[in-house]
Design a protein. Structure first.
Length: 160
């Protein structure tokens, strides 16, 4: 008998990871988000003016915001942050503006002050990583990050 006839049939099947906020195929073009007015055209989301005959949907970023289901979480803590809070938040907003200009699905969702830290949530992993890198470049400190869910989510930790 051939080796393949002895192969085990009870191997675990690896399940595909499903991202609720990612469409299984491409959006019909042109498609406009009814919430933020972003336009899906030429295979990507942009801030171009939508044609009158655009399809209408709620984009993945706006869905995440409505569901309060962030892809990125940034925990910022330490006495330095407390003393320079507004300056650091301005840096984060500037990074968001630059990223969002080219990638409309990458946005800051919320900034929440907890007892020991401030939590910033984002709609995408790239903006969270970008903000963490910007904090580290501008203010040094300790930066750490952990990807989860097959790199569909990220936790960024920065303190100084």
């Amino acid at each position: 008998m051939e080796k393949s006839q002895y192969a085990r049939m009870d191997r675990l099947v690896k399940e595909k990871r499903h991202d609720t906020y990612r469409e299984p195929g491409k959006w019909t073009e042109p498609t406009m988000c009814t919430e933020c007015k972003a336009l899906f055209m030429d295979g990507r989301w942009s801030w171009k003016k939508p044609p009158v005959d655009s399809n209408k949907v709620v984009c993945p970023a706006c869905k995440r915001i409505a569901d309060n289901y962030p892809a990125g979480r940034i925990e910022i803590k330490g006495p330095f942050f407390k003393r320079h809070r507004e300056e650091i938040l301005n840096l984060m907003r500037n990074e968001e503006e630059q990223e969002k200009r080219e990638h409309p699905m990458e946005r800051i969702m919320s900034v929440v002050d907890e007892e020991d830290y401030t939590l910033v949530t984002t709609t995408g992993v790239h903006i969270a990583r970008r903000i963490g890198d910007a904090l580290s470049r501008a203010y040094q400190g300790d930066l750490d990050f952990q990807y989860g869910d097959a790199e569909k989510s990220i936790r960024v930790y920065w303190h100084r």
